[in-house]
Design a protein around this ligand. Structure first.
Ligand code: ARG
Ligand code: ZN
Length: 867
């Protein structure tokens, strides 16, 4: 019996959480892989939970054909199958249930559960993919040990992997073979993984702090093995870092990473068998940019760190997703900060937060880090849960201090190893280890929206006192009003009028709506450096003058605020030009020249100089506007960039020449910094898109010995109408067409073009034989790159940009709902755009809404966006 439902998708609430009625003792899975189907048999021991409110066993399952069920070894038909469930009413207290079913991985274009990618089988079970493999209580609080047997054709699939330790392997009849695996640590089913394919492996070892040897294997397609060294080095660094910073040791003898080409997300932390998007494993100077190298290190770290924060201690339910994701992002950010430049890391992380998370908070899709409800959990793998979640951990780290924070995480691992817990449990460990009351702090997890923090200072010369008055306010968001004040750590230092630091960083703890903090022994009117290191995820408004900001930009000891002051000055000037195109920006342009000269002089972190010479992007500026008009922002921004180029051309040429590529390629932070600085000089020199610009950019491309420089040159050419553009793009394609990840870059760089030809170009690229709607990386390289990196053309008043995205969402809805719903992001903030754009964005959303057979994923984001 198969009951189809046409009801509107059901909302799931955190308040309705109840423990599972049955515990699972052990799961035994066997997979027989055939070209037309995969036969899955699961043998599961069920034990009724103490205090279970019912004796019904409810299993989740979908997209499979059940061919046999046995209870305690005897054929059994006392179950009911609904569209997505198998229900056994009044089941025994303890029994073993065997279910055999057939699935078709080759036709699984949703890329959840078991699917085929370029000839290999792989799995993605988080969050709810395991139900596409076998009927099971697919929820993270059901933990058990697993044993797995896989069999398949030996020549096609010589590599057969699952979690844990390999316990048997051998040949079978008809050219087939098998492997058997055992994972001794109980885990939820979302951490199950299987891989079968014709892959090559790169090996290394790591000696843990207690002296155990762990074999490290990275599996890729033949030909890609020369691009794995950076990933392997990153893994070893991550393992060491987790031992040193968190005292966490790896528990098994084997750690596998497999790279696959078709993957909905970046990577997945399945126990001892991490599965990665190739984009986050493969890195070679010829084919990967410095940013790619950086991301590989960060994500290899992220997935490895999940071993403790996610796997050993897991989530009770999916409302607790940030328990593992926020914490693990914080851990990977700190790992990257330790491996590279701390200030640059913070700048880049905050920039991303503002671009993506602040915009989520400002949209109808704003939600809390621990949400109250959802329709489709896949939609909650958001920058709020991840990146804002990481900011909440960072604030707790700031409030407790490094040593107490470490005591608190030790307590967390000791208390909860092997358990499925909540964000509340984590924060309670912070409270218990520090003796602090963290109840007000917990509001950060429950209240959505970006708070505003307003700061104003008063100097009292007679008393030699400086008083900083702070006011916090919380915006209303969908379904949440009348929010309470938050517990905000505000890091503040004071500088005197010469820029000397007179008062080192203090953490002011704000708990009320309005609060004043007084500094003593202040000999003259100070310049405060507020929210150092971006100590809280808020929008800061200060009463600092341009001159105060200029002082901070030159003298602040806090690398983040030094950069931030320059960005605030840039924003102020962009707004001046937006209000009046003839506004006087000469002071800003002169100051910019000073920074260029400092960068030329060469003392200091080149990567930091490169950030200082970068104006805020349109997306970041948009977050400071009440009504967003991308074209107007772009015009003002371009006017300033052009003025900078005119005023400082010679200095920029010197900066470019002084930072030219010499000697052998390296990915050291210093070498990356040099490239970043030279490439920002190139960008500034080519803003006017004339013939000289095109010549210069092409020369840069022709002289490049690495992908970073090539991509930088192409980004400078993409808006151009000069002949060099087509020459360079054609050369690039010919050179790299064998590399899928580089072809992705080729698509992206073209659709970023802010020029009238974009819509014709887009149509051609969509028809290009290399475009494949079923490959998520390719979809992102075309559609997400266009909608997010080309704001002026995406928001073209004709509405053509919106139509492109609308059609893609409708097409992908039937192919891959997760990827389709991700594409809704650029439309979610429609209410904030200029009226002529707003109506068109709304009608694009409405057209999607009116499409029959919408997936839950797309339905949820589009319907909520329209509210
Ligand atoms: N846990 C993975 C990570 O962040 C991401 C899994 C994404 N799954 C999903 N259904 N969106 O490392
Ligand atoms: Zn993660």
């Amino acid at each position: 019996m198969d009951i189809k439902s046409n009801a509107t998708p059901k909302t799931i609430y955190l308040k309705d959480y109840t423990p599972a009625t049955y515990r699972v003792g052990h799961v035994d899975l066997s997979f027989a892989l055939f070209e037309d189907k995969t036969i899955v048999k699961s043998v599961v021991q069920y034990i009724r939970s103490e205090g279970a409110v019912s004796a019904d066993l409810v299993l989740n399952g979908q997209d499979q054909v059940v061919t046999g069920v046995e209870m305690d070894g005897v054929a059994f038909d006392g179950y009911t199958l609904t569209e997505h469930q198998m229900i056994i009413k009044d089941a025994a207290e303890k029994f073993t249930l065997s279910i055999t079913s057939e699935i078709d991985p080759a036709s699984n274009t949703a890329l959840e559960g078991l699917y085929k990618s370029q000839g290999s089988y792989c799995t993605q079970c988080e969050a709810e993919g395991f139900r596409r493999i076998t009927y099971f209580q697919d929820r993270p609080d059901v933990l058990s040990t697993f044993s797995v047997r896989i069999e398949g054709d030996k020549s096609k699939y010589p590599v057969l992997l699952s979690n844990g330790n390999l316990i048997a392997a051998g040949d079978l009849e008809h050219g087939r073979h098998f492997t058997a695996w055992s994972d001794p640590f109980p885990k939820p089913c979302y951490l199950f993984a299987l891989v079968a394919g014709n892959l090559v492996r790169i090996e290394d070892t790591f000696q843990t702090m207690s002296g155990r040897q762990v074999a490290l294997h990275i599996y890729v397609r033949a030909g890609d093995e020369l691009q794995c060294d950076h990933a392997m080095q990153s893994l070893k660094k991550a393992m060491k870092w987790d031992e040193e910073k968190y005292g966490r040791e790896y528990q098994l003898d084997l750690f596998n990473i497999v790279a696959v080409s078709d993957f909905n997300m970046g990577a997945m932390e399945n126990t001892s068998l991490n599965i990665f998007n190739t984009k986050l494993v493969l890195a070679h100077q010829e084919t990967a940019t410095d940013t790619d190298f950086y991301s590989v290190e960060a994500v290899i770290g992220h997935e490895y760190f999940h071993n403790w924060t996610g796997n050993r201690v897991t989530c009770r339910d999916w409302f607790q997703l940030s328990l593992k994701e926020g914490l693990t992002v914080f851990r990977d950010q700190e790992f990257s900060a330790d491996m590279n430049s701390r200030a640059v890391q913070r700048i880049d992380d905050v920039d991303q937060l503002r671009r993506l998370q602040f915009s989520e908070d400002a949209s109808p899709l704003a939600h809390a880090v621990q949400p109250d409800n959802f329709i489709e959990i896949s939609n909650f793998y958001t920058t709020t849960v991840y990146e804002k979640g990481a900011e909440l951990i960072r604030m707790q780290h700031t409030l407790l201090g490094t040593d107490t924070y470490r005591k608190a995480t030790d307590l967390y691992f000791e208390r909860y190893d092997g358990h499925a817990v909540t964000c509340n449990d984590f924060v309670q460990c912070m409270a218990d280890a520090s003796g602090r009351d963290m109840s007000q702090f917990f509001l950060w997890y429950k209240q959505a929206g970006t708070p505003t923090l307003a700061a104003s200072g008063q100097y009292n010369a007679a008393q030699q006192q400086y008083t900083l008055s702070l006011t916090q306010s919380q915006p209303d968001t969908s379904g949440q009003t009348d929010k309470k004040p938050l517990h905000i750590p505000v890091a503040v230092g004071l500088l005197d009028e010469h820029g000397n630091e007179t008062h080192r960083t203090q953490i002011l703890e704000m708990t009320a709506r309005e609060q004043s903090f007084t500094f003593d022994h202040v000999a003259s009117r100070p310049v405060p450096s507020i929210l150092r290191g971006f100590s809280a995820p808020v929008k800061l408004i200060t009463d600092l003058s341009d001159d105060d900001l200029r002082l901070l930009q030159l003298k602040d000891t806090d690398g983040f605020n030094k950069w931030e002051s320059g960005q605030t000055l840039a924003l102020r000037n962009i707004e001046r030009v937006m209000a009046d195109s003839a506004a006087d920006i000469s002071q800003f342009v002169d100051d910019f020249g000073v920074v260029i000269e400092q960068a030329v002089a060469g003392a200091g972190d080149k990567a930091l100089f490169a950030r200082a010479l970068t104006l805020p992007t349109i997306a970041v500026i948009a977050q400071t506007q009440t009504v967003i008009d991308p074209a107007a922002i772009d015009q003002a921004r371009t006017h300033i960039l052009t003025s900078i180029k005119r005023a400082h051309k010679d200095a920029l040429v010197r900066l470019y020449d002084d930072n030219a590529n010499t000697g052998a390629f390296s990915v050291s932070p210093a070498a990356m910094g040099r490239r970043a600085l030279q490439n920002i000089a190139l960008e500034l020199l080519t803003v006017t898109n004339g013939t000289g610009c095109a010549t210069r950019a092409k020369a840069h491309y022709d002289g490049a010995n690495n992908m970073t420089d090539r991509v930088a040159a192409m980004a400078c050419l993409t808006d151009s109408t000069q002949a060099e553009r087509e020459l360079v793009f054609a050369d690039f394609y010919e050179r790299f067409k064998a590399y899928q990840l580089v072809v992705d870059k080729w698509f992206t760089l073209q659709v970023m073009a802010n020029r009238p030809a974009i819509f014709d170009d887009f149509a051609k690229l969509r028809q290009h034989h290399e475009f494949n709607i079923k490959n998520p990386n390719r979809v992102r390289s075309l559609y997400s790159a266009f909608a997010l990196n080309n704001p002026v053309q995406f928001h073209h008043p004709s509405g053509q940009g919106y139509a492109i995205l609308r059609d893609a969402i409708i097409e992908l809805n039937a192919i891959n709902p997760q990827i389709a719903s991700r594409l809704v992001t650029p439309l979610r903030e429609w209410k904030r755009y200029a009226p002529v754009l707003q109506v068109q964005m709304q009608s694009a959303l409405q057209a999607i809404m009116d499409t029959p057979n919408l997936s839950n994923d797309v339905f949820e984001l589009v319907s909520k966006s329209l509210k």
